[in-house]
Design a protein around this ligand. Structure first.
Ligand SMILES: *[C@@H]1O[C@H](CO)[C@@H](O)[C@H](O)[C@H]1NC(C)=O
Ligand SMILES: *[C@@H]1O[C@H](CO)[C@@H](O)[C@H](O)[C@H]1NC(C)=O
Ligand SMILES: *[C@@H]1O[C@H](CO)[C@@H](O)[C@H](O)[C@H]1NC(C)=O
Ligand SMILES: *[C@@H]1O[C@H](CO)[C@@H](O)[C@H](O)[C@H]1NC(C)=O
Ligand SMILES: *[C@@H]1O[C@H](CO)[C@@H](O)[C@H](O)[C@H]1NC(C)=O
Ligand SMILES: *[C@@H]1O[C@H](CO)[C@@H](O)[C@H](O)[C@H]1NC(C)=O
Ligand SMILES: *[C@@H]1O[C@H](CO)[C@@H](O)[C@H](O)[C@H]1NC(C)=O
Ligand SMILES: *[C@@H]1O[C@H](CO)[C@@H](O)[C@H](O)[C@H]1NC(C)=O
Ligand SMILES: [Ca+2]
Length: 581
């Protein structure tokens, strides 16, 4: 501790509650707050980089994970470096006005290969009186993503960037952010620390919960991109199905199959609202062959899809008309079964029925008039850059790639990056012992990260931490501090356009705060329909392993225990000798 500097800071800081944002939001105050803190061994703040500027009357609206709000904040940025490394890691922290500060910190995460979501996620903290932060991971700026710095050269991994992305940068953001926040406001009270993130941001959340008992008091984790070795390769399954069957379905055919799946399975949950709240019953009762022969039609369209920062794809899609073929139905069925090796062993799982077939998109060749293979870069880039270590944005082809190749790629990513990116360590004892709470949400119709992925991890934690308890007792014990909610009809980290009447939980961080600070334990999760004819309708989401079942013609909902449904979410990954958590 640097007491000299602390007392300088504190005398000014003692006034913080009486002062305005304008008074505290200065570079000199931020610098004194930074010098008052003894952050971490090996980390030094670069004083010359510190900026602070007040921002007033900022409004945010239409966000998925938090409600609309208007607020003032202090935008503080600075860089730090690691002893022995010639690096520069930037943080951007938003601090609420002194009279709005409620002794809270919020770390936020990224998506895809991005370690942050720009400043999009920060309002989600400010509105609850939390200082909130993002990191650039040291990748060269807040918009730089890890894939662009991952290779120092073909064959050479940038291990600093890899580990920063895996878990180090988020730990540093939290430790530095918390210390800075306390010092900035001169607060001696307990600072409650939280996390909120989805997709890669969800994985980043788990990366900390699995390692650090004391970073956070609560984590709101959405659709995490965990089990990374499997997750990234999995995107390529439809392309390999198409190649293996030598059938490249027109996108409209697969969309029709999805629409028919939704229409057929909608009512299985007891409420005809266009939302498949029970994809497990859909799995048990829906016959894919029933779609064969149905007519489909899609108008011509042209669009440019920004796949990622440096890659966009223009496509002119012609008008598509036809009937669902036996091959189309068989391809959809094969995808839904999930990746199995050539000798029939399960290597991974797929999205739930009713999810859109995003990874299966084919491309139209106007010369031949045929639909052809379009390799998804979501999986292709992982193979080229992270497995083959060559600087390419996608695989050039899938020659000789079989279901066994996909399985081998999954094993390679798993073993090479197990301690960095796999993010499935199932023993959460330290976090639990420190009193931490976790709320996980996952869209049940997620077309990018299987909902079953979150279910399987929940199961792994239950079995690891409560090995001698029955399923129900173990689930109840877990529910005291870790709850999973599958969001009916929702897609990847948001509502689905195809099931617009589905609810979305917009106030989960608030629920988490009440659980942590007031001991109000959530049972069902509050959610709101955010679009469509039911917009504004309040609904509730059942805690796993309970499943929604509507009664009285869809007017009231029960949360029921249904063993046959749970069994459809239980997987035996017998393609591997080791347990896959
Ligand atoms: C913010 O908006 C309110 C209401 O519109 C206004 O009274 C106030 O002056 C504004 N503050 C600043 C700093 O612009
Ligand atoms: C915060 O301040 C930094 C440094 O001045 C600036 O680059 C960044 O754009 C600011 N962020 C916002 C959201 O204004
Ligand atoms: C699928 O349903 C959506 C409405 O949810 C509709 O816009 C679309 O045209 C349908 N697609 C096909 C191929 O029928
Ligand atoms: C679905 O149809 C295929 C032939 O198109 C057939 O081989 C298969 O047995 C059928 N499946 C069911 C469940 O009827
Ligand atoms: C890296 O490997 C890729 C794929 O083989 C090749 O296209 C590229 O030219 C190589 N880059 C350099 C700098 O050698
Ligand atoms: C695919 O396998 C064939 C036969 O073993 C081989 O000649 C060819 O080079 C392989 N193609 C690729 C891209 O590996
Ligand atoms: C959930 O919704 C109910 C009813 O609208 C409300 O009373 C309760 O405060 C909400 N809980 C949270 C944590 O937002
Ligand atoms: C049941 O609910 C549906 C959809 O809200 C409605 O159209 C139908 O009339 C209701 N049936 C009865 C018997 O109330
Ligand atoms: Ca329904």
């Amino acid at each position: 501790m640097k007491f000299q500097q602390l007392s300088v800071g504190a005398s000014l800081l003692g006034l913080a509650y009486a002062t305005s944002l304008k008074d505290v939001c200065t570079a000199s105050h931020a610098k004194s707050a930074l010098s008052a803190s003894d952050f971490m061994e090996g980390v030094s703040i670069k004083a010359s980089t510190v900026t602070a500027s007040p921002v007033y009357n900022t409004s945010v609206s239409g966000q998925i994970f938090f409600p609309d709000a208007t607020f003032d904040y202090c935008n503080v940025t600075f860089a730090y470096s690691h002893a022995g490394r010639d690096d520069q890691v930037w943080l951007e922290l938003w601090l609420p006005a002194p009279d709005k500060f409620q002794n809270r910190w919020l770390s936020t995460g990224g998506g895809g290969f991005a370690i942050n979501s720009g400043s999009r996620s920060l309002p989600g903290g400010i509105m609850y009186g939390a200082a909130a932060g993002i990191t650039d991971g040291g990748f060269g700026g807040f918009t730089e993503q890890v894939d662009s710095v991952f290779l120092l050269a073909n064959g050479t991994i940038n291990r600093d960037a890899l580990y920063m992305f895996g878990y180090e940068a988020h730990h540093e953001l939290t430790v530095i952010g918390k210390a800075f926040t306390k010092s900035f406001f001169g607060s001696k009270d307990k600072l409650y620390a939280y996390y909120q993130g989805c997709s890669e941001g969800g994985r980043e959340g788990w990366s900390q919960v699995q390692r650090y008992a004391d970073d956070w008091d609560g984590a709101m984790i959405g659709a995490p991109a965990m089990r990374y070795g499997q997750q990234q390769v999995n995107h390529l399954l439809p392309n390999v199905v198409e190649q293996t069957m030598n059938y490249y379905p027109p996108p409209c055919e697969l969309e029709k199959i999805m629409n028919l799946t939704i229409a057929s399975c909608d009512k299985l949950d007891g409420r005809e609202d266009g939302v498949v709240s029970r994809t497990d019953l859909c799995k048990l009762h829906f016959d894919m062959n029933s779609t064969i022969g149905a007519s489909y039609h899609c108008a011509a369209s042209s669009s440019t899809i920004n796949l990622k920062k440096r890659v966009s794809m223009s496509s002119n899609t012609p008008e598509q008309s036809g009937k669902v073929t036996a091959k189309g139905a068989a391809a959809a069925k094969k995808m839904l079964e999930g990746l199995h090796t050539l000798d029939g062993k399960r290597a991974y799982i797929w999205y739930q029925p009713s999810s859109s077939f995003d990874d299966a998109q084919t491309q139209y060749n106007s010369d031949t008039g045929k639909w052809e293979l379009s390799i998804t870069s979501l999986g292709g880039e992982w193979v080229t850059r992270f497995l083959e270590l060559v600087d390419l944005d996608n695989l050039p082809n899938l020659q000789n790639v079989t279901y066994d190749t996909l399985t081998e790629w999954m094993k390679l990513g798993w073993s090479r990056y197990e301690d960095i990116l796999q993010t499935t360590m199932p023993d959460l004892t330290p976090f639990h012992a420190a009193g931490g709470k976790i709320l996980t949400v996952h869209g049940e119709s997620d077309p990018s990260i299987p909902a079953g992925s979150s279910v399987h991890y929940h199961n792994s934690v239950r079995k690891t931490m409560y090995p001698h308890m029955s399923y129900k007792d173990g689930s109840n014990a877990l529910a005291d501090w870790y709850r999973l909610y599958l969001i009916p009809g929702a897609a990847h980290c948001g509502p689905s356009d195809y099931q617009p009447n589905g609810p979305f939980p917009q106030t989960t961080l608030e629920t988490l705060i009440q659980w942590v600070e007031k001991g109000v334990s959530p049972k069902r999760l509050n959610a709101t329909v955010l679009q469509g004819e039911h917009e504004g309708e309040k609904q509730e989401i059942c805690p796993w392993p309970l499943r929604p079942l509507w009664k009285n013609n869809g007017t009231t909902m029960d949360c029921v225990f249904h063993q046959a449904s749970i069994d459809t979410w239980t997987y035996d990954f017998d393609a591997y000798k080791l347990p896959l958590y």
